[in-house]
Design a protein around this ligand. Structure first.
Ligand code: CTP
Length: 414
């Protein structure tokens, strides 16, 4: 996991959204990060430093003159904290703190630390909507953005005043997502475009009904996150999803097999890696009705189906002329003869790798969080992986992709 061993400096300022940041600090710590919390005086009025200390298992800094264990005081410690951080998160960030950061003030520990911190900054604002919309705040945000600072939110919703509007801090999960993306941005896939098809497709019968499937899109979304965490520029071409599109991933909606085919072909010349994780319908109704089909007196209804384009097979053909994508990965979901069918797909579709899963097993396949897969590569024996979460499968698949990419490019150079 990308958070493992990372040093995160978490600046906490005085807003009611602070209660969600306790959860964030806990999640970051559980993910393996070392989280050093610096609070403003105002923040301590909402939550005691002890709370953050308990969830991070580390000292919390507030007072610039507070002694720290090695005999220094925190004003000196801040230089060390700031220099050693891999990421600086400020959440919740009040309008006042954003202003102080934009103008380089150093009138408390948090703002002093910020001046010494060269790590990427991630700011999650939280304030009343009129404060967020004010020209002063917007100008301060623009200054920080110009300096390369990343903002996550605020979003519209219920505010502390009881009003509704834009100013609400995003949920901790979204801050986590953005943190992962920033920590990985110089990873082994930096500067690479990874395109992933995900979710199921819907083939219309009439304006109301469709033929669909049980795909939740979880595997494709996990792959998108894993690719993003390795620094890739990720495009997710997706049908209906039961999970949200991850932060930092470009989403393109394609409802039918044909739409997904067109979206994939359009982006192919700029694609380094293509992963087909979508459950694409192999057939569609030949003539979808323009109006809703009425049952009237009919006792049965026959719908004629015709084949849809095989997206991955076409990618496999075109890569021969285009030289792109460099790496193509497919999935095979089967209920019997898993390895034989998956092997056939590897060759027939000109793929580098197939992730095969036996969807008859209760812990694998559609709409569950785990997967038990076997990996097939050219000229290699099939490699069964243990039962893993879909996130772990995704991380391991992307590590394989990095290896495959190096191999193909090594061959080109040679
Ligand atoms: N795929 C695709 N376009 C299609 C159908 C499938 O890109 N029209 C991709 C899937 O995203 C997946 C792989 O191809 O990566 C699955 O291969 P496929 O042979 O189509 O599997 P099934 O649909 O299960 O087909 P079959 O009935 O041949 O088993």
């Amino acid at each position: 996991m990308i958070l493992e061993g990372k040093r995160i400096l978490l600046g906490v300022t005085g807003g009611i959204a602070i209660y969600k940041v306790v959860h964030l600090a806990s999640r970051l710590t559980q993910g393996g990060a070392q989280v050093d919390v610096v609070m403003t005086e105002a923040a301590t009025r909402f939550v005691a430093p002890m709370t953050f200390q308990a969830v991070t298992q580390r000292a919390v800094y507030v007072d610039p003159w507070q002694p720290i264990p090695d005999g220094e005081h925190a004003r000196i410690a801040h230089v060390h904290l700031a220099r050693s951080a891999d990421l600086f998160i400020i959440a919740p960030a009040t309008a006042n703190t954003i202003a102080r950061l934009a103008h380089g003030l150093a009138d408390d520990l948090l703002s002093s630390i910020a001046l010494s911190c060269a790590a990427p900054w991630l700011i999650a604002p939280a304030m009343e909507s009129h404060m967020w919309a004010s020209p002063a705040t917007q100008a301060n945000v623009a200054i920080l953005r110009d300096r390369g600072v990343t903002f996550v939110g605020p979003v519209a919703g219920h505010l502390a005043s009881g009003a509704k509007g834009v100013g609400r801090m995003v949920e901790p999960e979204e801050i986590m997502e953005a943190a992962r993306a920033l920590l990985g941005r110089n990873g082994p896939l930096a500067g690479r475009r990874v395109v992933i098809t995900a979710g199921g497709t819907r083939e219309p019968i009439d304006p109301v009904r469709y033929i669909g499937n049980r795909s939740s899109g979880k595997m494709g979304v996990a792959l998108a996150q894993a690719a993003r965490d390795l620094g890739a520029d990720v495009v997710l071409i997706h049908g209906p999803l039961q999970v949200p599109v991850p932060w930092g991933v470009e989403a393109r909606y394609a409802e039918t097999a044909q739409a997904m085919y067109e979206a994939t072909m359009a982006i192919l010349p700029e694609t380094d890696v293509l992963i087909g994780a979508a459950a694409v319908a192999d057939f569609r109704p030949a003539e979808p009705a323009a109006d809703k089909v009425k049952k009237e007196e009919a006792q049965e209804l026959v719908i004629r189906l015709v084949r849809t384009p095989d997206i991955l097979a076409e990618v496999g053909r075109r890569r021969r002329e285009l030289g792109r994508p460099r790496v193509v990965v497919g999935f095979a979901a089967e209920t019997r003869d898993l390895i034989a069918y998956a092997q056939e797909k590897l060759h027939a579709k000109n793929l580098d790798m197939v992730v095969a899963n036996d969807i008859s097993a209760p812990d694998a396949g559609f709409a569950v969080d785990t997967n038990r897969v076997t990996i097939l590569r050219r000229e290699r024996e099939p490699e069964p992986w243990p039962l893993l979460s879909k996130d772990e499968v995704a991380e391991r698949v992307m590590q394989e992709v990095v290896v495959l990419l190096r191999q193909t490019e090594g061959m080109d150079d040679g």
